[in-house]
Design a protein around this ligand. Structure first.
Ligand code: C2O
Ligand code: CU
Ligand code: CU
Length: 456
């Protein structure tokens, strides 16, 4: 294992000699001690936001807003974020979908120690892939993400993509009551089922907003589901829209179709041909309106469909020589009788093992060990009646087959595994480290549905 908890801790012992570096930043795990500049100063702090008119919701914000500020980088370049924690509790930032070194992955006790209140941490990494990604903590996730610590991370293509217009649509479902007060982020009886849903849907922090789009233009809509538990059934009746990328990875553009199931953590990039001025479209979740897209006159020439986006540099798994590993996702089904204050409930397991979010040593017992640069097929079997958006850190995988639907293979970091579905994904294990492999329904992940996969 590249980074064990012990090594993290001995890294911390080294810190005693180093002390707290200038500017309050602290470094370990061999980070260079002199990153003098950074692209973003990102602060996590409590702040009241107005989700419901006339009420205050005590959110936790990145950069003073929830969802957090949009971070942007250019493909192949470095993203350097000086992060400061002004929350009343420890946190970290995980960069969902970004292929980066383990020590930047934001998993507590695996990548780094939690960033304590008042401390800073410099996240510095290159972004190899262009696309729509996002960031969030990997500590006390139900509450921290639930309170608003989620934000879009956009990696622009190396060369201009051909889209002249784009909008980011961050979907979030909030656990609030009518007064704007937070309700429970995770209720055991819901965690044991589909996950605890919120009740108020927003786009970029606003309920059912009207978004103005330039008439006749093709606009890239980056739709990001950064909600804890809800799968959106995205549809756009009457809209002329094509999917250009899924979860940050380009596909051969195809029509949006009737409905796209966007699970927690997942993204789609749509190209929308905006209708003539004065017309409106309704972006919906099933029958519910998420936003009104309103077409506004423009003097620009009519837009055309851009060329497909260039592929990201992801290693192609060789299915002929790949080794197959099987992963069963099951309901574990017991409310442990000795579950007292602070104990975690266990409802879910992967291959008979449940992750305990309170046990800092779980990652020392990886569920699978992959050989560096080995080729693998993962067979994912869902033995439950609920769907699970299965997410892997550190590496991007290719979806190759399912017993439930026809698969046109694509690359992703998250696969929405349907009820009782068996799907096969493949990857080249080209990133050494210990990588979290979990369901992105946050209360499933926090009640057992997480494991570590190591690449050595
Ligand atoms: Cu969005 Cu462990 O990830
Ligand atoms: Cu992730
Ligand atoms: Cu799940």
């Amino acid at each position: 294992m590249t980074f064990t908890r012990r090594k993290v801790l001995s890294g911390l012992a080294g810190l005693a000699a180093l002390g707290v570096a200038g500017g309050g930043a602290r470094y370990w795990l061999g980070r260079p001690a002199d990153p003098v500049t950074h692209d973003y100063e990102l602060i996590a702090a409590p702040a009241d936001i107005e989700l419901i008119a006339g009420t205050k919701t005590p959110a936790w914000c990145y950069g003073g807003q929830a969802p957090g500020v949009e971070l942007r980088a250019r493909q192949g370049e470095w993203l350097r974020v000086r992060f400061t924690n002004h929350l009343p509790e420890p946190t970290t930032i995980h960069w969902h979908g970004i292929r980066l070194p383990l020590n930047m992955d934001g998993v507590p006790y695996v990548s780094q120690l939690p960033v304590l209140p008042g401390e800073s941490f410099d996240y510095l990494f290159q972004v190899p892939d262009a696309g729509s990604f996002w960031y969030h903590p990997h500590t006390s996730s139900a509450e921290q993400l639930g309170r608003g610590l989620v934000g879009p991370l956009i990696v622009e293509e190396r060369e201009p993509s051909g889209f002249r217009h784009e909008r980011t649509l961050s979907l979030k479902n909030w656990h609030v009551d009518k007064q704007g007060h937070f309700t429970d982020f995770s209720v055991p009886r819901e965690a044991a089922r589909g996950g605890t849903p919120g009740v108020l849907s927003t786009i970029n922090g606003e309920h059912a907003p009207t978004l103005e789009l330039p008439a006749g233009q093709v606009v890239r809509l980056r739709i990001i589901n950064l909600t804890n538990t809800v799968t959106y059934r995205v549809n756009l009746p009457g809209g002329n829209a094509r999917i250009y990328a899924i979860d940050g990875n380009p596909i051969a553009p195809r029509p949006l179709g009737k409905t796209y199931w966007l699970g927690p953590g997942m993204r789609i990039d749509l190209a929308l041909k905006v209708p003539p001025a004065g017309e409106q479209l309704s972006l919906r979740n099933g029958p519910l309106r998420l936003a009104t897209l309103s077409s506004i006159a423009t003097t620009e020439d009519e837009g055309n469909w851009p060329a497909p986006l260039p592929a990201n540099p992801i290693a192609e798994p060789d299915l002929q020589r790949a080794e197959t590993l099987r992963f069963n996702f099951e309901w574990a089904g017991t409310l442990s009788s000795d579950a007292g204050q602070g104990d975690a409930f266990t409802f879910w397991q992967i291959n008979g093992q449940a992750w305990d979010i309170n046990d800092k040593t779980c990652a020392d017992r990886p569920i699978a060990t992959l050989k560096k640069n080995g080729h693998y097929i993962f067979e994912l079997r869902n033995l439950s009646q609920y769907q699970h958006p299965i997410h892997l850190h550190g590496m991007t995988f290719k979806v190759i087959s399912s017993n439930r639907k026809r698969i046109d293979p694509w690359y992703t970091d998250t696969y929405l595994l349907g009820k009782n579905e068996t799907a096969r994904i493949a990857l080249v294990a080209d990133n050494p480290g210990v990588w979290m492999f979990h369901c992105h329904v946050i209360d499933h992940m926090e009640t057992g549905l997480m494991a570590a996969i190591e690449v050595v």
